[in-house]
Design a protein. Structure first.
Length: 77
């Protein structure tokens, strides 16, 4: 089964989590890039923290899509 079919069959939620996380990572870096000349919005530690959570969500959503976990049923194990 292709990844596209898995997304259609299971979980638009996981796919939207993936897209949202990717956009938020990009947004953090874009904001940091544009405002770093005038004043530093993020130092390197907070930049890492801001991108760590979306980064984990990206990994989790890819794993969930690959293993075919339905997005609407939370698994607690």
């Amino acid at each position: 089964m292709s990844i596209k079919q898995k997304i259609e069959n299971y979980d638009k939620m996981w796919f939207s989590v993936f897209v949202f996380s990717l956009i938020s990572i990009i947004a953090v870096y874009v904001i940091d890039y544009f405002f770093s000349e005038e004043f530093s919005v993020f130092d390197s530690i907070s930049l890492f923290l801001y991108t760590m959570v979306p980064g984990i969500l990206v990994v989790v959503s890819i794993w969930a899509i690959k293993s075919g976990i339905p997005g609407d049923i939370p698994k607690n194990h």
